[in-house]
Each structure stands twice: as structure tokens, then as C-alpha cells.
Design a protein around this ligand. Structure first.
Ligand SMILES: [Zn+2]
Length: 355
């Protein structure tokens, strides 16, 4: 029997994972892994997703700067090669490989996974026990300035896009992984970036604010007609990473009826900004409580960053997600609030943005 079907599990729709990249990197290193078999590698496979009640999420397509990076080692945030700008044709080719991987996974799943184009499809997949995949692009390097690739990728299923990762491209600047640091680290959107926001609004593609500089955040806020969403970021007041959101940014997200997805990366959670997996789940619960207080309980979700982060040891992979929900309940959240954070708020914001 699938553990996901037991009544003790609250389903989870998660705003960010890098599992497609992790599978691609493993395959490139000659260690192709069967996603449908239980493994200890990476943070996710289908059996572990079922164990944790993971019902779906935004699956990122991210193109690393440095193809020579040793992906068996933790990401080195201080290596400048990891932030090098990417030529668009290279980024598009790699994005194709990640997107093709998603389509092959869906086909090989025999109905257990479904690539969804809108919130109604996600709801229906979740009801049928299919893992719902919403395709997200993390950093728009694959998109040309004339938006031909945007049209084609949209037609293929792209429904969410962050203009930048933590590096510069033709659309904007990204925030470095700096601590302690304000997110106001550089310029905002270029004219191409402004046009990208408008093009995404027209296509009903969600625009993700995570990784943007603070100036870029306000530029998007001044142009977009959609709720403001940061899919995987935390509260700067509790962890002064440049990747986190200031109170002013949180207020703007609340006013726009948007959402913040809680990121599980310890260096974006801990007050001291350290990369230490010995971090209690209470630390995530504290960010959740802070965001609920600042944004309201309808505007907080999850954005795990699984397969792209160092999570707390007690949340070492997707199978442990229900432990996090228990930590939320232990911190005083009601079941209704936990359900909103676990999936309902994401579905609401996708409904308002993508249709
Ligand atoms: Zn990210």
C-alpha cells in the first residue's frame, strides 16, 4: 500500500526542487538511477516521495555555469566559476535535456507522474495519487531576447520562470550567496528583463522572485499583474542571507496576494548562516511562524530546494516531509494552517496566476 494514501499524511505540493538536474548529473557521471526504485542517492525518488506524502511540486530546470564542477562534492559558493554567465544556445540545449528527462519520466511512470499545465490539472493529479510536476525554469539563460524559446518552451509545458539564478544574464542580476548581506546587491531588471515580465504575464507563466536582487524584485513588482511569488526563500529578519526576503519585500508579497515558499537550505535558515546539517526542524518552524505573522497564513508555502540544498539532518530527504509538518503542529499551528502551508496556498496562487 502506498503510504501517501494513509490518513496520517497531509499531501504536500512543494514549490522548488532540483531533482531533474540531480538525475541528469548522475546520468552524465555514468550513474544513471531509476527514479522508480528506492535509493539513498539524492533527496528524491518515487518511493521516498510516497513515504513523505510528496504529491507534487515545481520541478526546476537549472543550467549550472560550470560543466567541470565536481557534483559529487557540495556546491562551493565561493568558486567564481559557479557563477559564470552562460551562452544562450548552451543553456537552451541543457534545458532541453532536463525537459526531455521530465517527459521521459512521465512516460515511464505509467500514470504515476503527470506533467501539469495548470492548477486544475495539478488538483486532479493529486486526487488520483499521481505526482504532479509543474515545469519551472530557474534562471532564464535559455531564453533569447526575441522570446522564441519562451514560446516554444511554454508550448511544451513551461509554466513558471525565475528570470535569474544567482548570476547575471541578459534579463537581470542575481543575488550572491552572501551572508550577512542585504539582498540589495546590484542592479535590477534590464529592458529585456522588463519585456520578459510582460511576456510571462501574457502567457500566464508564474514569475519567481527568488534569486533576484532587491532592485530586481521591486522592478518586477512595479510591472507584473500577477501575485508576487518567491518560490524558495526565507525571512531575512531571522537569517541575514542575501537570498532571503526583507520585511518590506514580505509586505509587498502579502499586498499582492502572493506567496513565499520556505527553503530548507540550512544556510538560509540559521541565524549564523552556517552550512551545518545539525540544524533543528524548529528553525524552519520559526521561519514559518514569522512568515505567517508577516504575510498571513494564506501566503506561506514550502519550497524545499531538495536536490539543490543542504537540509537539516532530520529532513534529509523527501521521505521525511511529514516530520516537518509535525514540527509545525508542535509549534502551535492548527491542522488547517498546516494544510494551507503544505499545499493549499500553492494551489491557490497557481490558480490565480496561470489561468
Ligand atoms: Zn534556487
Amino acid at each position: 500500500m502506498s503510504p501517501a494514501a494513509t490518513s496520517t499524511h497531509t499531501p504536500i505540493f512543494d514549490g522548488h526542487n532540483d531533482t531533474l538536474l540531480k538525475l541528469e548529473i548522475d546520468a552524465g557521471a555514468g550513474r544513471e538511477r531509476d527514479f522508480f526504485q528506492r535509493s539513498q542517492r539524492g533527496h528524491m525518488d518515487l518511493p521516498r516521495a510516497r513515504d513523505g506524502g510528496f504529491a507534487g511540486g515545481l520541478f526546476a530546470m537549472f543550467v549550472p555555469s560550470n560543466p567541470d564542477q565536481d557534483f559529487s562534492k557540495p556546491f562551493n559558493p565561493r568558486d567564481p566559476a559557479n557563477y559564470a554567465e552562460l551562452p544562450q544556445p548552451d543553456a537552451l540545449a541543457f534545458t532541453h535535456s532536463l525537459m526531455a528527462r521530465a517527459f521521459r519520466l512521465e512516460r515511464a511512470s505509467g500514470g504515476r507522474m503527470k506533467i501539469c499545465r495548470n492548477a486544475a490539472e495539478i488538483r486532479s493529479a493529486m486526487q488520483q495519487g499521481q505526482v504532479a510536476i509543474s515545469l519551472h525554469m530557474e534562471g532564464a539563460e535559455a531564453i533569447d531576447g526575441d522570446f522564441h524559446a519562451l514560446e516554444v518552451l511554454y508550448a511544451a509545458g513551461l509554466r513558471s520562470l525565475g528570470p535569474v539564478w544567482s548570476r547575471k544574464n541578459i534579463f537581470a542580476d542575481g543575488v550572491p550567496m552572501a551572508f550577512p548581506s542585504s539582498p540589495d546587491t546590484g542592479p535590477g531588471l534590464t529592458s529585456a528583463g522588463r519585456a520578459l515580465v510582460t511576456a510571462c504575464n501574457q502567457l500566464k507563466i508564474l514569475i519567481d522572485l527568488s534569486h533576484l536582487t532587491e532592485k530586481g524584485f521591486w522592478d518586477v513588482a512595479s510591472i507584473t499583474d500577477a501575485p508576487l511569488v518567491a518560490s524558495h526563500s526565507n525571512a531575512h529578519a531571522l537569517c541575514a542571507s542575501a537570498r532571503n526576503l526583507t520585511d518590506r519585500q514580505l509586505d509587498a508579497i502579502r499586498e499582492s496576494r502572493g506567496l513565499v515558499g520556505l527553503n530548507f537550505h540550512v544556510a538560509f535558515l540559521r541565524e549564523d548562516g552556517q552550512h551545518r546539517s545539525a540544524t533543528a526542524l524548529d528553525v524552519i518552524a520559526r521561519h514559518a511562524a514569522y512568515l505567517v505573522e508577516r504575510l498571513g497564513e494564506d501566503h506561506v508555502g514550502l519550497g524545499s530546494d531538495f536536490d539543490g540544498c543542504m537540509p537539516p539532518a532530520d529532513l534529509k530527504d523527501v521521505s521525511r516531509l511529514q516530520y516537518l509538518l509535525s514540527a509545525f503542529r508542535n509549534a502551535g499551528m492548527t491542522d488547517a494552517m498546516v494544510e494551507k502551508i503544505a499545499w493549499k496556498n500553492w494551489l491557490r496562487v497557481l490558480e490565480e496566476t496561470q489561468s
